[in-house]
Design a binder for this molecule. Structure first.
Ligand code: ZN
Length: 235
């Protein structure tokens, strides 16, 4: 039975194409970022300076800007009220750096304005973490107790995970939309720079869409597998 689930060709048939899509999206965002990391920003502002200008312009004075290790590890931490920027963004005076800095400030503005999907997303984080940490023990228990129980657990896990990804989409797309509006209105990026900002943020947005599709495909697979969708289980 173990071989049935571990080497189930249907799994790769269902989930495989979306995993390839997600890998392609990751590869593309790195490529697009690298391309516009070569394009200097005419205003000669670093990512940190772009972030400072945007936050101040939005009337936000209690959000710090900090360095974070890694590549494309940039994020906004709502608990610490901190925009965390990687070295390629913090100090770089490029179109790619401005795009990412503006996007993270978009999250800070969402937070300041009480943007609801951001709170929904934060509420789902502990649930997803708890269920993910239960996945391995459940998998091992499945070997001894039968696959049906594990399949149901997998349905619940991927149901919650898919919901998390779905709620993440408006948060990410809205942060990018805010970023593009602000850099355009403020003249931080103009002409080909603005095109670059859009391309970097669209490529980043697509990785979230691809991750959602992977999760939804996993959910559909386990729904079929558990017999909850489309007929009986094969256990
Ligand atoms: Zn984001």
């Amino acid at each position: 039975m173990l071989s049935l689930i571990v080497f189930d060709p249907n799994y790769f048939l269902f989930v495989g194409p979306f995993m390839l899509l997600a890998l392609w999206a990751q590869w593309r965002v790195k490529g697009t970022f690298a391309r516009y990391a070569e394009m200097p920003l005419r205003q000669r502002l670093s990512g940190a300076e772009v972030a400072q200008l945007i936050l101040r312009g939005a009337g936000i004075h209690d959000v710090s800007i900090e360095a974070v290790p890694g590549m494309l590890s940039d994020h906004y931490d709502p608990q610490a009220k901190s925009v965390r920027l990687s070295a390629d963004v913090l100090q770089a005076r490029t179109v790619a750096a401005a795009a990412v800095a503006a996007h993270e400030c978009g999250h800070a503005i969402q937070h300041a304005q009480g943007y609801a999907p951001m709170a929904w997303r934060a509420g789902l984080v502990p649930v997803v973490n708890l269920m993910s940490s239960a996945a391995l023990p459940m998998f091992l228990a499945g070997i001894f107790l039968g696959w049906t129980g594990f399949a149901w657990f997998a349905v619940a896990l991927f149901g919650v995970t898919t919901l998390f990804h779905l709620v993440t989409l408006p948060v990410e797309f809205d942060a990018s939309a805010r970023a593009i509006r602000i850099v355009e209105a403020s003249g931080l990026a103009v002409g080909d720079e603005l095109v670059g900002v859009r391309k970097v943020l669209y490529a980043a947005g697509f990785t979230y869409l691809a991750a959602t599709l992977v999760s939804a495909a996993e959910l559909v697979y386990w729904l079929l597998r558990s017999g909850l969708l489309g007929g009986s289980s094969d256990d």
